[in-house]
Design a protein around this ligand. Structure first.
Ligand code: CTP
Ligand code: MG
Length: 231
């Protein structure tokens, strides 16, 4: 049941438009990256955290990690231009684990209970991701003209964490690197190998802080949590 987690944190947060890495923005006065790290710091199943960072931000990350007493960070590796490169660099540093999770630094609200269900599923089926059923009606369009209304049943919005047997994720990243394949999540690289990836249903509040309004949602989610704590 134990696992290691890779947390890509090397982005620049362009869509947030904050003039700095969005992971340093605060929610309830605590930096977003610290909220995320605290989830894994306090999860007894998590053995180690591998962080991908922008080398120019190394000192800022170090200061925060010391200040908030995050003790599980085993390595801070230099990330790359794309998230996929950042994860790959961290993956190269990971040692001795059967199960590896990848979780966005920008998703601070993942719950221990969801992580536990995910890890259990990955142990039995090699690869599993957290996702939620799509709530909107989805249209496929070209030049803002609707081509098709996509059948909603069977559509899931992928989140993180995504969990894998270590050997499979390594193989998937090496293969994608060889073929110059760029995916939008970790599971898509594993899917290319023909390995079945299971879905574990998560929560809608496991949002990724992407644009400015997500900060308002984040404040609301955390206030609700404080009044209604849940594992
Ligand atoms: N990430 C990373 N390396 C990159 C790009 C992204 O480690 N080259 C990380 C981000 O720090 C974030 C996670 O991957 O924790 C998800 O990416 P996203 O939400 O897209 O963050 P950014 O790339 O920073 O934002 P944007 O795309 O708006 O620039
Ligand atoms: Mg990005």
């Amino acid at each position: 049941m134990e696992y290691v987690v890779i947390i890509p944190a090397a982005g620049s947060g362009k869509r947030m438009n904050a003039g700095k890495n969005k992971l340093f923005l605060t929610v309830q006065n605590v930096p977003v990256i610290i909220h995320t790290l605290q989830v894994f710091e306090t999860d007894p199943l998590c053995k180690a955290i591998y962080l991908s960072i922008n080398p120019g931000e190394r000192e800022s990350f170090k200061l925060l990690i010391n200040q908030y007493k995050i003790n599980k960070v085993k390595a801070m590796v230099a990330g790359g231009k794309e998230r996929q490169e950042s994860v790959f660099e961290a993956l190269k540093a990971v040692r001795e684990t059967d199960i590896v999770l990848v979780h966005d630094g920008a998703r601070p609200f993942i719950r221990h209970s969801t992580i536990r269900r995910l890890v259990e599923k990955a142990e039995e089926s090699k690869a599993a991701i957290v996702a939620v059923p799509v709530k909107d009606t989805i249209k496929r369009a070209e030049d803002a003209q609707i081509m098709e209304t996509v059948e909603r049943s069977g559509l899931w919005a992928a989140q993180t964490p995504q969990a894998f047997h270590m050997s499979i994720l390594k193989q998937a990243y090496e293969s994608a690197d060889r073929d110059q394949f760029l995916g939008t999540d970790d599971a898509s690289l594993v899917e290319r190998l023909g390995v079945a990836v299971a879905i574990v249903e998560g929560q809608y509040d496991n949002i990724k802080l992407t644009t400015i309004e997500d900060l308002y949602f984040a404040e609301a989610i955390i206030k609700n949590r404080l009044s209604l704590p849940e594992g």
